[in-house]
Write a protein that binds this ligand. Structure first.
Ligand code: ADP
Ligand code: TRP
Length: 323
């Protein structure tokens, strides 16, 4: 059995890029009988940048509801809120004392963010140590992450190996699982879809609002009859990620031959999204209107997660002479 673990920071509502690039592939992994998956909502991490309590609660619910709506099986697997197993903060302290300062100071993500952000707090600096604790706390074997998180996984492995050398085998040394084939989902302006660029598509928006976002996708100004290049068109590039092969070939041919306008292509994308995510939208809306159901699922997840975390923490305490 392999234990798979990954977290999503709760500082926004998951968008189509998160869904196609990270969440659906992770769900596919979690459905394999030989895997046990722990997927969690990194709400301690969110405090680094998000200070508003209501926004945090809303994002925690949205991330949890998205996992469930997309089909994550919370009976077979474990879905939990990071802060519901606060033992992770104790482990973070221990790991802090095994993390060389320069390793954090040289982390690319810290350097890049500390140059850009006005609030450069110590949480931003020690963020990779909390992430290491998230992973090591649960004896995870594989951690599916985007390429930007690879260095944080190396830091985690480094801390675990350092500790194991000094105290004997204590932590499982995890491996990053990068899906090379994973698509980069373009946003409405053609750049990588990201909440930072405000070019994202929230697939859970009410119909009219979603339609408006789809209509805002940038295109050139070619007329209906003119032949168009599918490969440079943002509408087509998003469409091909959600439509099946036959639908994609059909639209590609239409573009090349001419005879379809961008307005119609956008409507096609809109209806394909609505169809593909109709069940997910229903479940998501139900859960967001009944957050006590979400709370119950998350609490149940936390009980299962704590049952894994507690013995690991006891192991560490023992090695360090605290028990
Ligand atoms: P954002 O760029 O909106 O802040 P995050 O950095 O929080 O998104 O990403 C969370 C997860 O979703 C990561 O695993 C990341 O690789 C994936 N992801 C984010 N945007 C995209 C995208 N446009 N295409 C594919 N995957 C994405
Ligand atoms: N840092 C990750 C991100 O921003 C989120 C995260 C926190 C995480 N803890 C984790 C991912 C542990 C994998 C494992 O995307």
């Amino acid at each position: 059995m392999a234990r798979i673990l990954t977290g999503i920071t709760s500082n926004n509502i998951p968008h189509l890029g998160n869904v196609l690039g990270a969440m659906l592939p992770a769900i596919e992994l979690s459905n394999k009988a030989e895997n046990e998956s722990l997927y969690f909502i990194a709400d301690f991490h969110s405090l680094i940048s998000l200070k508003d309590a209501e926004a945090r609660k809303n994002s925690i619910n949205a991330v949890a509801a998205t996992w469930i709506a997309l089909g994550f099986d919370t009976q077979k697997n474990i879905l939990y809120r990071q802060s519901d197993v606060p033992q992770v903060t104790e482990l973070t302290w221990y790991l802090n004392c095994f993390t060389p300062y320069p390793m954090l100071a040289n982390a690319v993500s810290f350097k890049e963010k500390s140059d850009r952000l006005s609030d450069v707090n110590s949480g931003l600096f020690t963020y990779p140590v909390l992430m290491a604790a998230d992973i090591l706390m649960y004896d995870a074997n594989f951690v599916p992450v985007g390429k930007d998180q690879l260095q944080h996984l190396e830091i985690t492995r480094d801390i675990a190996e350092r500790f194991n050398r000094q105290y004997g085998d204590t932590f499982v040394v995890p491996e990053a699982k990068i899906e090379e084939s994973v698509m980069i989902v373009p946003g409405t302006d053609g750049q990588k879809m990201s909440k930072s660029y405000n070019n994202f598509i929230n697939i859970f928006l009410p119909e009219k609002e979603l339609e408006k976002v789809i209509k805002s996708i940038k295109t050139d100004s070619k007329g209906v009859e003119e032949p168009k290049d599918p490969d440079t068109c943002n509408v087509f590039n998003i469409y091909k990620l959600v439509a099946d092969a036959t639908q994609t070939d059909f639209l590609r041919t239409k573009y090349i031959e001419g005879g379809i306008g961008y307005g119609s292509a956008k409507l096609l994308l809109y209806s394909t999204l609505m169809l593909k995510f109709s069940k997910a939208r229903e479940t998501y809306n139900h859960l967001m209107a009944n957050t006590q159901e979400l709370d119950a699922i998350l609490k149940q997840g936390a009980v299962k997660a704590a049952a894994i975390a507690n013995p690991v923490l006891a192991r560490v305490r023992h090695k360090l002479g605290y028990l």
